[in-house]
Design a protein around this ligand. Structure first.
Ligand code: NAI
Length: 302
């Protein structure tokens, strides 16, 4: 895979994590967002993540410099023209993803592999609009990409074996353990975690325990590294809600119906770590700060 030209579309939570992982593995990578400012903001966030690693003695300042130098921000989709791997990490909205892949299909090399990082949408449906649905595949990386060792490789109905093999090689390049998933809403991880997050939110809404205690219970009681409410904050509450809406629409199962607390926080623009407030509060670097929120994460009480 040495010298493979890789482009990421979308410089949000996942795009940033993918850029950090790819560049840390020694590869050049271009990251494209709707504006150069957004793409640059993504690279800045990668820098902050690397600073946290330096703080943990996991990295040196010169490593950081080298990693950032390999990430190229852009707002120009034609950056994908010569790419061999194009990773899509834009919001979980079928219409947006289809519109993007339609455009990419027109500008990209016919041999390029299209990878979508979708968590809940149909790979076959996204692929259907491209001229070569056999070269589109799902690679469901999890957040934070550099820390989570897993990727679900999701084959659409028409994904061919060459594309699958390339996806496996890419997963191995990033040192990820991969599992194969046959296309089904939510695959393995999202399908199982979403009802759990939703249930934690209902426990909070019903006043059974505070947000801190719910997370503490799941960490100490079941060995979770991160409690469910903090996890939802890390994922992005808007993203979590879009997964629930997609699963609810696809499977009509009430267990995916977003908890009213989640709906309320998203409507208020409290999207978790990326906006500084969700179930908990965070500083600009994304570190948790002492919360001024009441036990329901709704009102500032201090
Ligand atoms: P996000 O909301 O943090 O970032 C999305 C980025 O895409 C934004 O910077 C936005 O400006 C950009 N964008 C929107 N339309 C664009 C376009 N047409 N061209 C270029 N850039 C565009 O979203 P996040 O969390 O990174 O999610 C991205 C995808 O990854 C979604 O499909 C999500 O389901 C999936 N995913 C998210 C995980 C998470 O924990 N947040 C985990 C696994 C998958």
């Amino acid at each position: 895979m040495a010298g493979t030209r890789i482009v990421i579309i979308g410089a949000g939570v996942m795009g940033q994590g993918l850029a950090e992982a790819i560049s840390s593995a020694g590869h050049e990578v271009t990251i494209v967002d709707r504006t150069t400012k957004l793409a640059e903001r993504g690279v800045k966030a990668v820098g902050e993540s690397l600073d946290r690693e330096i703080g943990r003695w996991g990295l040196t300042t010169s490593d950081k410099k080298a990693i950032l130098a390999r990430i190229h921000p852009s707002s120009d989709l034609s950056e994908a023209e010569e790419a061999e791997i194009i990773l899509e990490a834009i919001p979980e909205d079928l219409a947006k993803k289809r519109a993007l892949f339609e455009k990419l299909d027109q500008v990209c090399n016919p041999k390029a592999m299209f990878v979508t990082n979708t968590s809940t949408l149909s790979i076959s449906e996204i692929a259907a609009l491209t001229q070569k649905p056999e070269r589109l595949i799902g690679m469901h990386f999890l957040n934070p990409v550099t820390k989570i060792p897993l990727v679900e490789i999701v084959k659409g109905l028409k994904t061919d074996t060459e594309t699958f093999s390339k996806a496996v090689a890419f997963a191995e390049l990033l040192d990820k353990k991969w599992i194969t998933v046959i296309e089904y809403p939510g695959y393995v991880t999202t399908r199982i975690i979403v009802p759990l997050l939703n249930e934690a939110m209902h426990v909070l809404m019903e006043g059974v325990a505070t947000a801190e205690d719910i997370d503490e219970a799941m960490k100490l009681g079941f060995g979770f590294n991160v409690g469910p409410l903090a996890l939802a904050d890390m994922m992005g509450l808007d993203v979590v809600m879009s997964w629930m809406m997609n699963l609810l629409g696809e499977l009509s199962d009430h267990k995916y119906n977003p908890c009213p607390v989640l709906r309320k926080l998203v409507r208020a623009g409290h999207l978790g770590v990326k906006t500084g407030r969700g179930f908990f509060e965070y500083d600009k670097e994304g570190n948790r700060i002492a919360s001024r929120l009441n036990g329901h994460a709704m009102e500032v009480t201090k």
